[in-house]
Design a protein around this ligand. Structure first.
Ligand SMILES: Cc1cc2nc3c(=O)[nH]c(=O)nc-3n(C[C@H](O)[C@H](O)[C@H](O)COP(=O)(O)OP(=O)(O)OC[C@H]3O[C@@H](n4cnc5c(N)ncnc54)[C@H](O)[C@@H]3O)c2cc1C
Length: 484
């Protein structure tokens, strides 16, 4: 694997490099703003210009990996595989169960570009554009690739004088206003601030009398997550990628220097590759340790979703037009289909690092919608009804589902080579936003795999996206402020 010594990148793997990374991460707040290069037809590139691809011409660096094993067949694995196959790399995906069996099939799959840091806003502007052209990129047959529903995404803010903690709410609204200005300056042109009158005008189902305002981005919305991984892996296999399901990675095979050379699987096989991508999200810490990687700071945390039946109070078409909406208490909902509203609300929960497969679907009695009127689903329903009063007239809770968030201390994922294991690339810890980030994280992972090193910048479709806040082994000094 090549080490270029280029100033734009930091090779990980040694204590010196680790100190360098720490210093680098700490200093990100002081960086001068980068200018986007002129629009170019790049799929991705390195700042110092070695590996580049374009639709017309593909250049594979001399020491580029010939074979990459991706562990985990969720949304992240699908995009990473697709990017690598496009670059001409041989790809094998190993999945312990079936594609989508992890969080990807249990996700609310909401999608927003409204984040609190410029790099994540830029990453999500790219992801939304990529999801918009998903059907074409993944060569889906008619109707099979419409994965993106752009109903918009609305954050509601309470009037400080109508709340118990006026100072807190006043601060939050001020912060929201400056965040919108930052988002607009970093490419999210259609995000806007709404007055209570504008909210009522556009969204008559929302009570605006206790609101100071809202932020709204019409190109946000939600995804059809099942379509993303089903169609994603259909295309991956069509392109020559190998998908081995019901075959878990159980350990690694190392050379005399302790370098990972191959993985062992539950089928008793041993698969060699140049690079191994750990795309197992909530399972990533245990997979990392089994492959000689570092102890990843990722906490699996249980999250529940509820399906609320519409009933006759509004029509199916009205429900289908609603944007994804987050109340001031961070309870959220969006239309699932013409009959149901999908809703969620993060509760205080302990991490479950030793969770088992079946724990994904284990619903504690206090969270089960049929376990009595004091269950969490009813609290959530009431909470939503305060902001969207028509929801109080809905017919009832129909179902509860659950899964694990893979939470990092700063709510940003870990994307980069492992400090202890130079052939292991970590792409995990999505902290509740991994479905929406799929195109970006797949692109970043593929670019690093091709470069053979951790990159601190991704040049993509005319924008340079800073990657330093994603480095594995970073310190967690700053974090994502808009977390659901
Ligand atoms: C309730 C809930 C709501 C969410 N809401 C949103 C949202 O609104 N928006 C959003 O963007 N994100 C949301 N998320 C998060 C999002 O779903 C995840 O971040 C995303 O799906 C992660 O995809 P992934 O491919 O990285 O991981 P996963 O989909 O979890 O895939 C990892 C795969 O690795 C496999 N695996 C594990 N161990 C091994 C092994 N040893 N060998 C081989 N394979 C293995 C698993 O079977 C699994 O299929 C939500 C998650 C939950 C649970």
């Amino acid at each position: 694997m090549r080490s270029t010594g280029a100033s734009s990148t930091r090779r990980v793997g040694s204590p010196a490099a680790r100190a360098d990374i720490d210093e680098l991460y700490q200093s990100t707040a002081d960086l001068p703003e980068k200018k986007s290069p002129a629009a170019q037809n790049l799929t991705w590139s390195r700042r110092q210009g070695i590996p580049q691809t374009s639709g017309a011409r593909r250049i594979i660096p001399v020491n580029a990996p010939r074979h990459v094993v991706i562990i985990g067949a969720g949304i992240t694995g699908a995009f990473a595989a697709h990017h690598l196959l496009k670059a001409g790399v041989r790809v094998t995906v190993l999945e312990a169960r079936e594609k989508g069996a992890g969080s990807s099939s249990r996700s609310a799959a909401c999608l927003r570009q409204q984040f609190s840091t410029p790099a994540t806003v830029q990453a999500m502007v790219y992801s939304v554009a990529a999801y918009r052209r998903f059907a074409e990129e993944f060569r889906c047959s008619d109707g099979q690739g419409d994965v993106l529903v752009q109903n918009g995404y609305l954050f509601l803010y309470d009037r400080p004088d109508a709340s118990d903690s006026p100072e807190h709410h006043s601060q939050r609204w001020k912060q929201a206003q400056s965040t919108v200005a930052m988002q607009q300056a970093h490419g999210l042109r259609d995000v806007e601030l709404l007055s209570p009158e504008a909210i009522e005008d556009r969204f008559p189902h929302i009570r605006s009398d206790d609101l100071v305002g809202a932020t709204f981005c019409p190109s946000d919305g939600f995804l059809r997550a099942d379509m993303v991984y089903q169609e994603g892996f259909r295309r991956v296999v069509e392109m020559g990628g190998v998908l081995r399901q019901n075959e878990a990675v159980t350990g690694g095979v190392f050379d005399s220097n302790g370098r990972l050379q191959a993985v062992e699987t539950s089928a008793g096989d041993r698969i060699e590759a140049d690079i191994f991508i750990n795309a197992t999200n909530a399972w990533a810490p245990r997979v990392s340790e089994s492959l000689g990687g570092s102890t990843l700071p990722i906490s699996p945390i249980k999250r529940y979703l509820y399906f609320i039946e519409r009933g006759p109070s509004i029509t199916g078409d009205q429900l289908l037009s609603w944007p994804m909406t987050i109340t001031s208490s961070r309870a959220y909902c969006r239309p699932e289909n013409a009959e149901q509203l999908l809703a969620g609300w993060a509760h205080a929960a302990e991490a479950e690092p030793g969770f088992d497969w079946d724990d994904q679907d284990h619903i504690e009695p206090g969270f089960f919608h049929r376990s009595g009127l004091d269950n969490y689903g009813y609290q959530l329903w009431l909470q939503l009804a305060e902001a969207l009063s028509i929801v109080g007239e809905f017919a009832g809770l129909a179902a509860t589902t659950s899964g694990f968030y893979a939470v990092t201390p700063d709510h940003n994922p870990l994307i980069g080579f492992d400090p202890l294991q130079p052939t292991l690339l970590q792409v995990a810890g999505f902290s509740g936003h991994g479905a929406m980030m799929g195109p970006f994280s797949g692109a970043a992972a593929a670019a690093m795999a091709l470069a053979g090193e951790t990159l601190d910048q991704l040049d993509i479709e005319g924008t340079s996206i800073d990657l330093r806040h994603l480095i594995v082994g970073r310190q967690f000094n700053a974090g994502e402020g808009l977390v659901i």
